[in-house]
Design a protein around this ligand. Structure first.
Ligand code: ADP
Length: 494
C-alpha cells in the first residue's frame, strides 16, 4: 500500500472564522494551507487571522458577556446548546471526513473524536441546566452578630480557549461547551495544523443556532502570536488550554500580568507499572495498542512501561508481537488503527527521540523508522525500545509518537521511584493480579489519574487533569464544570 489514497474521503472544511456573529475572512484575504498527512498534499486552505482579528473577537465576546442576557439565562443557553448538538449530529459525517483530512487519524477510530464529543455537549447542556448556582451556606456568628451567607456560582466572564491538533474536534468541544453552558462567552483559537474542526464549529453555530453574536467566536491563524494575544488581552478573564508544557508556560506567563484564571492540560510522560503478578497477556497487548492508535499523539498515553526483571523477557516478547502486528496504513481504510503523524516536523521529532534513545543505550526491538511500504505520508513504525535508561531523553521527554520505552525494575519501591522520576504527572497505569495491591501503588504515583488493569480513568463523569508540569485545574466531572465558574459569597441579615 502506498500513501496515495484508493478510497479517499478527503474533504476541505470552511475557510472562514467567526467573529461577532459574522463568518469572515481576514482583511486582505491571506490564507494558509492545510495538508492531509497521509498524502502530504494540500487539501485546502484557511483564512490567516491576525492580532487585529483577535482583538475584535475579544471585544465582541466582552460586549456579549457584559451587555446581553447570555450569562443569566440558563434555559436559553440550554436551548442553544441542544440546538448545536442536533446540528452537529446532522452534519457529523461531513465533520468526520474533515477531521480525518486534517489530522490523518484512522476513520475507524473517530467514534471517540466525533460521536462522543457530541454526546458530551448534550451532557454539559443538561449538567449546566440543573447545576445549583445558588446555595445556602447557613448562619455564621460574626463580631457584629449572626449573618446568613449564600454562595452564588457565576461565570468567569470571557474565556479564551486555545486548542491543539491531536484531537481537535473533541478538544474544541471539551474546552468551550462547559464554558458556554456555565454562562461565559468564548473566543476559540484552534491549532494551525487543524483549523477546520474549529471553523466548522463556528459555521454551524452561526448557521444553525440562536447563539447570539459575540457569544462564540473562532479566530483562525497560522501565527502563534495570535494565541499569545488572546492570553495577554486584559479583557479576557480566563484561559483554557490543552497542549505542550512549553506553550503552557508561555500562556501562564502572558496571563500573569492580569492575573487570569488558567486551566492548563499539558504534556505527559506517563508510566505503566506492571507488577510481578500481572496478567501480561491482557495488559501488554492493550498497552501496545494504546501507544499506536492515534499514532501515539495523545497526552495521556503510558509511554513508559516498567517491567519486573523476573518477567522482563516474557513482557518484551508480548509487546514486540503486538506492535509488529499493528494495523498501520491509509487512514481511510476500515480496520486501520494507526495513521501517519500529523506533520513532517512531528515525524522528525519522533525519529530524533528514537535515535537519542539508541544513543543512550536503548535497543530497538521492533520498528524504529519509516515503514518501507508507506513512503508517502508521515508514517512512523510502531517502535519498541527496551533497556531504556530512566534518565535519558527518550524516558523523560514527551515523544507524541507510536513508541514504547521499556525499563526493568527489581522492587516495587524502585518501580514507583522510576514512575515518579518525571517533570510530568498527568496519567499512569498499574497492572496486577491483586487490585488492592495495585490501588496502593496507584496512591503512591505522583500523577493526576491512574488506570488499573485497563479500566480507564478517563471520561466525562470524572475529574481529569495533571499535577507537576502536566497542568493546572481539572476537566470533566463536577470539578470540570466549576472551573468555568467563580463563587461569590454574599453575607446578609438572618
Ligand atoms: P505544537 O507545538 O505541538 O504545535 P502547542 O502546544 O505549541 O503544540 O500548540 C497548541 C496550541 O497553542 C495551538 O493552537 C497554537 O497555536 C497555540 N500556541 C502556540 N504558541 C502559543 C503562545 N505563545 N501563546 C498562545 N498560544 C500559543
Amino acid at each position: 500500500m502506498t500513501g496515495v489514497q484508493s478510497e479517499s474521503g478527503v474533504l476541505a472544511g470552511d475557510e472562514r472564522m467567526l467573529i461577532d456573529g459574522e463568518l469572515q475572512q481576514t482583511a486582505g484575504g491571506v490564507m494558509f494551507d492545510v495538508v492531509h498527512p497521509a498524502t502530504e498534499q494540500v487539501a485546502g486552505q484557511a483564512t490567516d487571522g491576525t492580532v487585529s482579528d483577535m482583538t475584535r473577537a475579544v471585544g465582541a465576546a466582552r460586549r456579549a458577556f457584559d451587555t446581553t442576557h447570555w450569562s443569566r439565562d440558563t434555559e436559553f443557553r440550554h436551548h442553544c446548546l441542544v440546538q448545536l448538538a442536533d446540528a452537529l449530529e446532522a452534519q457529523k459525517e461531513r465533520l468526520r471526513r474533515i477531521l480525518v483530512t486534517e489530522v490523518g487519524c484512522p476513520i475507524s477510530v473517530t467514534g471517540s473524536q466525533i460521536d462522543e464529543p457530541i454526546n458530551e455537549l448534550r451532557h454539559w447542556a443538561e449538567h449546566g441546566r440543573t447545576f445549583p448556582y445558588e446555595i445556602d451556606n447557613g448562619v455564621h456568628e460574626t463580631p457584629l452578630g449572626p449573618a446568613r451567607r449564600k454562595i452564588f456560582y457565576e461565570p468567569a466572564g470571557v474565556v479564551g480557549a486555545i486548542t491543539p491538533w491531536n484531537v481537535p474536534f473533541y478538544l474544541n468541544i471539551a474546552e468551550t461547551m462547559p464554558a458556554l453552558m456555565a454562562g461565559n462567552t468564548v473566543v476559540l483559537k484552534p491549532a494551525q495544523l487543524t483549523p477546520w474542526s474549529g471553523s466548522e464549529l463556528g459555521r454551524i453555530v452561526a448557521e444553525e443556532t440562536d447563539i447570539p453574536p459575540g457569544v462564540f467566536n473562532v479566530v483562525l491563524s497560522n501565527a502563534n502570536e495570535v494565541g499569545a494575544a488572546l492570553s495577554a488581552d486584559p479583557r479576557v478573564d480566563m484561559i483554557t488550554f490543552t497542549g505542550s508544557t512549553t506553550t503552557g508556560r508561555a500562556i501562564l506567563g502572558a496571563a500573569a500580568p492580569t492575573v487570569k484564571k488558567t486551566l492548563l492540560e499539558l504534556g505527559g510522560k506517563s508510566a505503566h507499572i506492571v507488577l510481578d503478578d500481572a496478567d501480561l497477556s491482557s495488559a501488554l497487548p492493550l498497552a501496545a495498542m494504546m501507544a499506536c492508535v492515534m499514532s501515539g499523539q495523545s497526552c495521556i498515553l503510558s509511554s513508559r512501561i516498567l517491567l519486573p526483571r523476573s518477567r522482563y523477557d516474557e513482557g518484551v516478547d508480548i509487546l514486540k508481537a503486538s506492535m509488529q502486528g499493528f494495523p498501520i496504513g491509509d487512514p481511510w481504510t476500515p480496520g486501520i488503527m494507526q495513521g501517519p503523524q500529523i506533520s513532517a516536523t512531528q515525524r522528525a521529532k519522533v525519529l530524533g527521540l528514537i535515535a537519542s534513545g539508541v544513543d543512550s543505550g536503548a535497543r530497538v526491538v521492533t520498528g524504529g523508522g519509516v515503514p518501507a511500504n508507506l513512503p508517502v505520508g508521515y508514517y512512523v513504525q510502531p517502535t519498541l525500545l527496551v533497556d531504556v535508561d530512566p534518565n535519558s531523553p527518550v524516558a523523560q521527554e514527551e515523544i507524541f509518537g507510536p513508541v514504547l520505552a521499556v525499563t526493568a525494575y527489581d522492587s516495587e519501591d524502585e518501580a514507583i521511584g522510576i514512575a515518579n522520576n518525571s517533570i510530568y504527572g498527568l496519567s499512569g497505569e498499574v497492572s496486577s493480579g491483586d487490585v488492592d495491591r495495585a490501588v496502593a501503588v496507584a496512591r503512591r504515583m505522583r500523577t493526576g489519574n491512574v488506570t488499573i488493569n485497563g479500566k480507564s480513568h478517563f471520561g466525562i463523569g470524572s475529574p481529569f487533569g495533571g499535577i507537576k508540569q502536566s497542568g493546572l485545574g481539572r476537566r470533566n466531572g463536577e470539578e470540570g464544570f466549576k472551573e468555568y465558574l467563580e463563587s461569590k459569597t454574599v453575607g446578609m441579615p438572618v
